[in-house]
Design a protein around this ligand. Structure first.
Ligand SMILES: Cc1cc2nc3c(=O)[nH]c(=O)nc-3n(C[C@H](O)[C@H](O)[C@H](O)COP(=O)(O)OP(=O)(O)OC[C@H]3O[C@@H](n4cnc5c(N)ncnc54)[C@H](O)[C@@H]3O)c2cc1C
Length: 471
């Protein structure tokens, strides 16, 4: 066993971990980053991401009060107010800080919240692993180079396994370094392991899905909830464990890497409808793809739903946004079923024809004459407006929930400090990025964006530790 005295031991080399480590080094602290993967370009969600820096789909240059409102609206007022204020008040500073490290941003589309996209942009044209030299890969390489310049480094192939806690204060970790156990002492530990989306047992335990094997892993596979497990074992509090960020994907993405992370079917399912094997709707599609993916994941079979729409929707929302399903889905081998009538479509999809035709009739009547709120289940007014399913040919795409990252995790305050189960601050323990809970999560699964959250919480943790001095 060896002992390494350091200020901040960071668990995880994604954006949250590297932001914290680099900021700590800038402030004169000695950080070390432990990264479980031994690969040079280790896969993590930050490296795989599309690298759009936004807060609740709002331009990060918006006034903080507007950003706060956007986060509270996305999360239906359930987010921790102090955390929301911290994210909103530091979102612009975070992208400016990244620019100061040499990260270049471009405008990704005409949408206002696409104004900070890391250049050159990730395209995912050939699937999830088409990332080298773009987007998140460039982001992490830039930060790692800056960290090296500032005197820090990433220790690859070192997995944190257990928190060292004495008198209620965290003072390091026990880690596995290539099969050897290592005790790493530090003034403080930051957990930034990226969430628990790739841990089927935890997805089941926290009620996210009864059958995680039928949920598409729309992520790097590196977030297995080790940080959460260590924090709970040490007595830390969790928050908002239900809910994840994800999208509605083609069911074939369960077996084909050409069909994730794009295209999503959020917009076609939102304009049309999503039905279960009984031909009936089961969720409010108007609340958007993240919400719908959460409802799908909770079904007895998370890959049992079918998106139903028509030619007008396929040519409209189906061809809109980045990497749309029209034409990418059929081009990449995804199943798209078409028929001239709804009854024929039902026959080809193995759905009860009468039930599906009835459901489409009700949908069209509600769209034409109002009364979306009287549908079963009711449809809300937005953000995705329903359209009639009336222009042949009619379309059916078997879909599955795709999970990108969990929203719940270690409860933190506005300085990214973890808390004991009783609510008191957990001295010496911080958490950042997708390892944390308190912003999204819970019943409402409101997506606010993972990158701004990762960078801001990483910066805040480092700054708090530096300000705390040698205590
Ligand atoms: C396809 C895709 C597209 C996305 N697009 C966007 C987007 O455009 N905008 C946006 O805001 N968000 C986006 N996201 C989400 C965003 O990428 C994440 O929210 C964010 O990167 C999380 O950063 P993180 O540092 O918390 O976690 P990660 O980047 O996942 O990093 C965690 C790291 O911890 C390591 N680790 C895990 N356990 C241990 C352990 N025990 N010991 C040591 N190391 C460990 C992992 O190997 C990993 O490298 C996207 C995600 C994906 C997958």
């Amino acid at each position: 066993m060896t002992t390494t005295p350091i200020d901040l031991c960071v668990v995880g080399g994604g954006l949250a971990g590297l932001s914290a480590a680099l900021r700590a080094a800038e402030l004169g602290l000695k950080p070390v980053v432990l990264e479980q993967s031994a690969e040079q370009h280790y896969l993590c969600n930050s490296r795989m991401s599309s690298c759009v820096f936004h807060l609740a789909s709002t331009n990060v240059l918006s006034p903080p009060a507007e950003l706060e409102r956007a986060v509270q609206a996305a999360t239906q007022g359930t987010a921790h107010p102090g955390l929301v204020r911290a994210l909103a008040g530091n979102a612009e500073r975070a992208v400016r800080w990244l620019q100061g490290q040499g990260v270049r941003f471009i405008k990704g589309s005409a949408a206002a919240y696409h104004n900070f996209v890391v250049a050159p942009p990730a395209t995912h044209k050939e699937g999830p692993f088409d990332i080298v030299g773009r987007g998140g890969d460039v982001l992490l390489r830039t930060l790692e180079a800056a960290l090296a310049k500032a005197g820090g480094s990433i220790r690859r192939g070192v997995s944190a396994r257990e928190l060292l806690v004495r008198d209620g204060r965290c003072h390091g970790v026990l880690a596995d370094a290539g099969g050897a156990q290592e005790r790493i002492e530090a003034r403080a530990v930051l957990i930034a392991d990226g969430g628990f989306q790739a841990n089927p047992e935890l997805l089941r335990e926290y009620g996210i899905s009864p059958d995680p094997a039928r949920v598409v892993q729309r992520n790097a596979g590196s977030g297995r909830g080790e940080g959460l497990r260590m924090a709970i074992a040490a007595g830390a509090r969790t928050s908002g464990m239900l809910g994840f960020y994800g999208h509605v994907l083609c069911r074939d993405a369960l077996s084909s890497d050409r069909l994730w992370p794009y295209p999503w079917l959020d917009l076609v399912a939102g304009a049309g409808m999503a039905v279960g094997p009984d031909g009936r709707r089961f969720a409010d599609e108007s609340r958007g793809g993240v919400y719908l993916a959460n409802r799908m994941a909770a079904l007895p079979d998370p890959a049992s739903a079918i998106a139903i729409f028509d030619q007008a929707i396929w040519d409209g929302p189906g061809a809109a946004f980045l990497n749309p399903p029209n034409p990418r889905l059929p081009d990449h081998g995804g199943t798209v079923v078409t028929a001239d009538t709804i009854e024929q479509l039902a026959g080809q999809l193995g759905l009860p024809a009468e039930a599906l035709a009835d459901e489409v009739r009700r949908h069209n009547a509600a769209v034409a004459a109002g009364g979306l709120d009287r549908l079963v289940p009711p449809r809300s007014q937005g953000p995705l407006a329903p359209q009639p399913i009336a222009t042949a040919p009619f379309y059916g795409v078997p879909v599955a929930a795709g999970i990108t990252h969990t929203m719940g995790g270690i409860a933190i305050d506005e300085h990214a400090r973890a808390q004991h189960a009783g609510g008191a601050v957990f001295a010496g323990l911080y958490a950042a990025g997708s390892a944390t809970g308190g912003v999204e999560g819970g019943e409402h699964a409101g997506y606010v964006g993972g990158l701004v959250k990762a960078c801001v919480t990483g910066l805040l943790a480092a700054e708090h530790l530096a300000a705390e001095g040698g205590t």
